[in-house]
Design a protein around this ligand. Structure first.
Ligand SMILES: Cc1cc2nc3c(=O)[nH]c(=O)nc-3n(C[C@H](O)[C@H](O)[C@H](O)COP(=O)(O)OP(=O)(O)OC[C@H]3O[C@@H](n4cnc5c(N)ncnc54)[C@H](O)[C@@H]3O)c2cc1C
Length: 408
């Protein structure tokens, strides 16, 4: 008997909904099962979390129809400034600067708040007849041995589909149950995440400041507000996370500096312990992994969701094209195309971010000179600068069609 769904996506965070919308637009029937109730994430207030989405990721959101609901609330990233220094040293010297005018495609990316992004996904999923959203349900078991894949929900209900996709985040139980092992390590750092309001305009500039204990990213939000991703050694981060607002700001100010005038906290504060966690395989029989379930990386260049959306675009293209050709979408041959496309890129990115974090998160004066020299050299070479801007915007070659702004 034909299953009710072509695809069951386990996990409805961010990559799960994006994938569901891409697959449904390709004519496939999709069920999304998410443990978290949908209303838990759609409170109207700003909770302090936001994402830097590269231009190629914005194209994916355009391609799946959610960008019109987001565009008015998104902040274009018009430039990037990279600097290094020590807390309390005042304005850090600029080592590398990029301007969006150096490429013809426009802003290299946009900042989008979590509340707007998730709400846009939810609205689009509810309006797509090929998507069935089951929120507030936890998947506790899966079976991919029979002719169909099946997942069991807490309470015993079963959902059948041709293919299961694990979008259940970096502790993916879908991967664990499929016997997929992971590699990676603990960074010994925790990212403190919050948003601040400031007196002066950020002018659309994103700042990446390298400090001895870890990088501090100051990312522009609409209005005079910025999103902060502040990595610290775990013991100091835990101490700071336990402080009240005034205590937190007392530690942030000497790192942030005064270039945007007086600062005040906006919304909630979060602490994320940082570790690298990459699945050894992105596929198993009748199963594939997408987003953090396949790879949890250091947030140093804000690439986590961008990598996930690249998985989304690649897997949707592989599966939709296979379905059109009449192939079995869950066959090893089809799933292997996805793994082949994505695994090398993910490992390259994960290790690249790891290396940058190691090179910059230390107090060695020799390395400080080398860092200054290396970045200064990049700054002086227009062709290399342009290549780096295109990389940051996600515009390098061999992109899935959705990332090129093309329909599948
Ligand atoms: C500090 C920090 C800053 C970041 N900043 C950026 C940035 O600027 N730009 C960027 O691109 N990325 C950024 N990232 C990365 C980004 O947040 C993640 O890559 C992204 O949220 C992963 O989305 P996901 O959908 O794969 O997983 P998640 O968002 O973790 O979603 C997993 C979902 O699975 C569900 N689930 C889990 N178990 C089950 C189960 N058994 N049954 C059913 N459902 C289940 C959960 O309810 C959840 O909804 C940052 C990350 C961190 C830590």
């Amino acid at each position: 008997m034909a299953p009710e769904f072509d695809i069951l996506i386990i996990g409805g965070g961010l990559n799960g909904p994006a994938l569901a919308l891409a697959l449904a637009r390709g004519g496939l029937r999709v069920c999304v099962a998410d443990a978290r109730p949908a209303k838990a994430r759609t409170e109207p207030g700003f909770d302090g979390r936001a994402y830097a989405l590269a231009l190629a990721s914005v194209r994916v959101l355009q391609g799946i129809g959610v960008w019109p609901a987001l565009a008015a609330q998104a902040q274009p990233i018009l430039g990037i400034r990279v600097s290094q220094g020590r807390p309390g040293e005042g304005a850090f010297p600029l080592m590398l600067g990029f301007d969006h005018a150096e490429i013809e495609e426009g802003p290299m990316g946009h900042m989008v708040e979590d509340r707007h992004l998730y709400a846009a996904f939810l609205h689009a999923m509810r309006n797509e007849p090929r998507i069935t959203l089951r929120s507030g349900v936890r998947v506790v078991a899966q079976d991919t041995d029979g002719p169909l894949a099946r997942a069991t929900l807490e309470g015993g209900e079963e959902i059948g589909a041709r293919l299961i996709i694990g979008c259940d985040g970096r502790d993916s139980a879908v991967a664990r149950r499929a016997g997929i092992r992971r590699w990676g390590w603990d960074y010994g750092q925790t990212a403190l995440v919050c948003a601040v309001a400031h007196e002066k305009s950020h002018e659309g500039i994103a700042h990446q400041m390298f400090l001895p204990a870890g990088p501090l990213a100051i990312l522009p939000l609409p209005g005079n507000r910025s999103s902060i991703v502040w990595s610290e050694r775990r013991d100091s981060a835990e101490a700071i996370a336990g402080l009240d607002e005034a205590g937190w700001l007392e530690h942030l100010r000497p790192r942030f500096g005064s270039f945007l005038g007086e600062i005040a906290l906006e919304g909630a504060r979060f602490a994320y312990p940082l570790r690298l966690s990459v699945a050894e395989e992105f596929i198993a029989p009748k199963l594939a992994l997408v987003g953090d379930a396949a790879h949890g990386v250091h947030p140093i260049a804000g690439q986590g969701l961008n990598l996930g959306l690249r998985d989304v675009a690649a897997l949707a293209e592989v599966v939709i094209e296979a379905a059109r050709r009449g192939e079995d979408i869950a066959s090893e041959l089809v799933l292997e195309r996805y793994q082949h496309w994505r695994r090398f890129d993910v490992v390259k990115m994960a290790l690249g971010m790891d290396a940058v974090n190691r090179l910059f998160s230390n107090d060695s004066s020799i390395l400080a000179v080398l860092r200054g020299f290396g970045l200064g050299a990049v700054n002086a070479l227009p062709a290399l600068r342009r290549a780096m801007i295109r990389e940051a915007a996600g515009l390098n070659a061999a992109q899935p069609r959705l990332m090129q702004g093309l329909a599948i």
